[in-house]
Design a protein around this ligand. Structure first.
Ligand code: UDP
Length: 249
């Protein structure tokens, strides 16, 4: 089921239904962009028509972030299951290891994509990682999109994970996916390579269960405070102003 949260469509599916769809995408035809929507995405989309269009035309918009539950409930709807981007990336890797699918990791700081590739292959024996390209300095200074695409296309991946930071990675994928003919599934993953490579520690499981991963992240990366607070406060304010509809709960 598709829910509308402040103008952005979000798929309310269980994790197993999401993975089933992704499995079909990997072995089917065409290319599919998967977006992991959090409150910051929704706030950015409200003022950025291109980004809103990208989110609303993605094959799958997975709800990532506790705020989305709150917003859905406020509108008398329910999100079937919350799936964080980093968990989804690991689940897709597990799926690819089981059922086949060549994976390419693009983005993050020097060595991080390779570190994440190594960790994924350890966790999911049989996983076929065909490329890992980090170093965004290089990307900024010398890399054109054309060169990047040629590098990816040479490896013929089925699955592409991109870590360029949110919004930027979705826009890059939207523009470049039509020119990456072997890629069936593409997803922007934000800081996931850093977590998977072990560069950044994730919140303890009890905090993740309570939906407090953002708080933990904030404690470790306090420079994010202004950005997160602006998005969260503005998001909550916008949600609270929505017409309240509890009857359908
Ligand atoms: N990143 C990158 N190129 C950029 C900006 C960011 O490769 O121009 C990487 C960064 O190193 C990190 C990931 O993208 O691994 C996510 O960045 P951040 O956590 O700042 O972004 P968010 O997705 O939370 O906005």
């Amino acid at each position: 089921m598709k829910l509308d949260i402040l103008g952005t469509g979000v798929d309310s599916l269980t994790k197993s239904a999401v993975l089933e769809r992704i499995g079909e995408y990997i072995h089917g035809r065409g290319s599919h962009l998967i977006v992991t929507v959090n409150p910051e995405f929704i706030m950015a989309a409200r003022h950025d028509p291109e980004f809103r269009h990208i989110l609303n035309t993605a094959s799958l918009a997975v709800p990532d972030g506790f705020g989305l539950h709150f917003a859905a409930r406020r509108q008398g709807q329910r999100i079937a299951e919350r799936i964080t981007g980093v968990d989804l990336m690991s689940e897709i890797a597990a799926l690819a290891a089981r059922e086949g699918g060549r994976v390419f990791l693009l983005g993050a700081r020097r060595g991080i994509a390779a570190g994440a590739a190594y960790a994924l292959m350890q966790q999911h024996p049989g996983l076929d990682v065909v490329g890992a390209e980090s170093g965004y300095r290089r990307w900024h200074r010398h890399m054109t999109d054309e060169k990047l695409r040629a590098m990816i296309n040479r490896k013929k991946p089925d699955i592409l994970f991109v870590a360029f930071g949110q919004v930027k990675q979705e826009k890059w994928l939207y523009r470049n996916l039509p020119l990456l003919p072997t890629v069936r599934v593409a997803m922007g993953v934000g800081g996931s390579f850093d977590y998977i490579a072990g560069r950044v520690r994730r919140a303890p499981v009890w905090m993740r269960r309570l939906g407090l991963e953002w708080l933990f992240r904030l404690g470790r990366q306090p420079w994010r405070l202004p950005r997160i607070m602006t998005a969260v406060v503005r998001f909550l304010w916008a949600v609270i102003r929505l017409p309240h509809n509890e009857e359908r709960l």
